[in-house]
Design a protein around this ligand. Structure first.
Ligand SMILES: *Cc1c(COP(=O)(O)O)cnc(C)c1O
Length: 459
């Protein structure tokens, strides 16, 4: 090896070889790692080497000890949380992105990163049918997306009350009222604490039987209000009646935020139009690319109608940054230095196309319907209204066995899903969000559940 580039190429090739071997057996392997794989992790917990290690030795160790202890989330039989897989073009673009190692901060640092951000933004706003002039920032995920958008909301609503929160903080500020569904996601609660708005200062709004916020339960609103809605209840998949909420909120000059971590993608499926109507009326929206769009982690998008509020909350000024005619990437999200993350979104959308994305969303919804149907006929209760990609499964008599079913299936390696508690019922939850899940994978999941149910003697 002579040049630095040659050394990098060697690392890249070995990495690709190891990744290839890993992916070649992903379809056959246990979804959760076998217990024996966990003991091998000790090899990674070695002492910090005093001397350099050859990159090939570093990579080989990573693969030997690490690969068996991964959970096969990219293989099509992982139905836990809302995880999604990684589309071929995005795995490839990650490799290219690593070789580029771009700093997506300003135009000067990486013209290509900026172009990808802008083009992916245009595509996203078109696909999700959101205002074409909205600000789009690329973050690590929905948690940081919520943080970004709610910082903008905090700025704008306090500005209306005559307070400059960026300059003076919240000391002595007029109070804001945060109004949220009782089904708010835990990460939104954390964001409220990070923003100094407090976890407990939230007025909780009742939800309907499927976990969607009841618009008729909203209190009198005003410019001191931020209303937190969600598109995609993490259990049921329900989408809040955001159009109706936004109409009321805007009449009172309140801000409406949409946590659309996975459910915002319902906007691309015309069959779901009734449920997603009016989402475009909100002030800010967040979605994950690493969930239903199937990019690798970490990738999320913070979208905001009021780019001046985003800019006020997020911009950084220093003499070594030249000003840019457009808002620079660094002025739309919390981080200064970060990767050309929009490349994931660009590659996913470019490779899928409008039709491919629509098919992906539709296929996942269809799998959810099929699963619900089969599980009902096995004697299970489906306790949510399956409106999207989520299925919450309970049992009329043997609900105390549901966690055991999840455990048995996890141990079998055939599939992976987790337990939840929904509307006072113990349940397990299936999420369909991977591009890699086939009809055959669904069958394997259902067979594994049936086998576990028989083993436990369920009626
Ligand atoms: C996953 C999820 C989040 C958190 O997103 P991260 O990407 O994990 O930060 C927030 N809200 C909902 C509804 C989610 O499903």
């Amino acid at each position: 090896m002579n040049s630095h580039a040659d050394q990098t190429i060697a690392g890249l090739k070995l990495g690709a070889q190891l990744a290839e071997a890993y992916l070649q057996q992903i379809h056959q392997r246990h979804v959760a790692p076998k217990p024996s794989a966990l003991t091998e992790l000790a090899a990674l917990d070695c002492e910090l080497p005093e001397q350099p290690t050859r990159p090939s030795d570093t990579l080989s160790l990573l693969d030997r000890a690490g690969s068996p202890a991964t959970v096969a989330t990219t293989g099509g039989r992982f139905f836990g949380l809302v995880v999604g897989g990684a589309l071929p073009a995005t795995v490839g673009s990650r490799v290219l992105n690593a070789a580029w190692d771009q700093l997506a901060t300003t135009q000067d640092c990486s013209p290509v990163a900026l172009q990808l951000e802008r083009t992916a933004a245009r595509w996203l706003l078109d696909l999700l049918r959101l205002p074409a002039h909205a600000s789009v920032g690329y973050v690590t995920g929905t948690t940081m997306g919520n943080f970004t958008c709610l910082a903008a909301a905090r700025h704008r609503q306090l500005q209306k009350l005559g307070w400059d929160v960026e300059q003076h903080g919240l000391y002595g500020a007029p109070p804001l009222r945060v109004i949220a569904s009782e089904e708010i996601h835990v990460t939104v609660t954390k964001v409220l604490s990070l923003l100094g708005l407090g976890k407990q200062n939230v007025l909780s709004i009742e939800t309907d039987s499927n976990g969607a916020m009841r618009a008729d339960k909203l209190p009198e609103l005003g410019p001191d209000c931020i209303v937190l809605t969600q598109a995609g209840n993490v259990n049921s998949g329900a989408i809040d009646p955001i159009g109706r909420i936004a109409e009321r909120a805007h009449a009172a000059d309140a801000w409406v935020h949409v946590d659309g971590a996975f459910g915002l993608w319902a906007r691309v499926n015309p069959e779901l139009n009734a449920m997603t109507r009016g989402i475009e009326l909100a002030d800010s929206w967040v979605t994950d690319a690493h969930k239903w769009l199937n990019t690798p982690y970490d990738c999320g998008v913070a979208i905001c109608r009021h780019s001046s509020a985003i800019h006020a909350a997020m911009s950084t000024v220093a003499p070594y940054f030249t000003s840019d005619s457009h808002v620079a990437p660094k002025d739309m999200v919390p981080e200064l230095s970060r990767s050309a993350r929009a490349m994931d979104v660009w590659a996913a959308l470019h490779s899928l196309g409008r039709e491919g994305l629509g098919d992906l969303i539709q296929r996942c919804c269809r799998h959810a319907q099929m699963a619900a149907h089969s599980l009902r006929s096995m004697g299970f209760d489906i306790v949510n209204d399956v409106v999207l990609n989520q299925v919450v499964v309970s049992h009329p008599t043997d609900h105390h066995q549901l966690a055991k079913i999840a455990e048995i299936v996890q141990r079998s390696g055939e599939a992976w899903f987790g337990v939840t508690h929904w509307k006072q019922r113990d349940a397990f939850r299936l999420s369909f969000s991977s591009w890699a899940t086939t009809d055959e994978d669904l069958e394997r999941l259902l067979n594994a559940i049936q086998l576990a149910a028989r083993q436990l003697g369920l009626k």
